[in-house]
Design a protein around this ligand. Structure first.
Ligand code: DQA
Length: 138
């Protein structure tokens, strides 16, 4: 069985409520339930934090336990060298996911500090981005 972690960063606990015209109406918990049913052979651990250091601690805790990590770092994508360093430190393939198309939004969202440390990035495909990332790991 594959062990995969989905890590969502700041403000993504508010999916379903937060700016639904950008991020949709579905909570991540509801989406996750369907995702787990679609991938019965994948053990999907979900972690969300609004705190950069906690996200880094969680990434470290995945060492030796997960075969892949799907990371939506939220706004830390555009600011955090520490998260980029954590990704390169753990030697686990990480896929960067964004629900919205970050390249079609504000200028400051066009920079990703983490992209160069990830195996690839999925942006703008809504929640489906998480599912596509799981399919890559399979
Ligand atoms: C996001 C895009 C980021 O720019 C933003 O700060 C988020 C969500 C996305 O999933 O589209 O919090 O990562």
């Amino acid at each position: 069985m594959k062990h995969i972690a989905i890590v969502n960063g700041p403000n993504l606990n508010l999916l379903g409520v937060r700016e639904p015209h950008i991020y949709g109406n579905e909570t991540f918990e509801d989406y996750l339930e369907g995702l787990r049913m679609r991938f019965p052979d994948v053990d999907i651990e979900y972690y969300q934090s609004n705190v950069e250091g906690e996200m880094i601690n969680f990434l470290h805790s995945c060492m030796g336990k997960k075969q892949g990590i799907i990371l939506n770092a939220g706004a830390y994508t555009h600011t955090s060298i520490a998260l980029a360093d954590a990704i390169s430190a753990i030697s686990i393939p990480v896929i960067e996911v964004h629900i919205s198309n970050v390249l079609a939004r504000e200028e400051y969202r066009k920079t990703s500090y983490i992209a160069s440390q990830c195996v690839g990035s999925i942006s703008g495909l809504g929640m489906m981005g998480y599912e596509l990332a799981i399919r890559y790991f399979m």
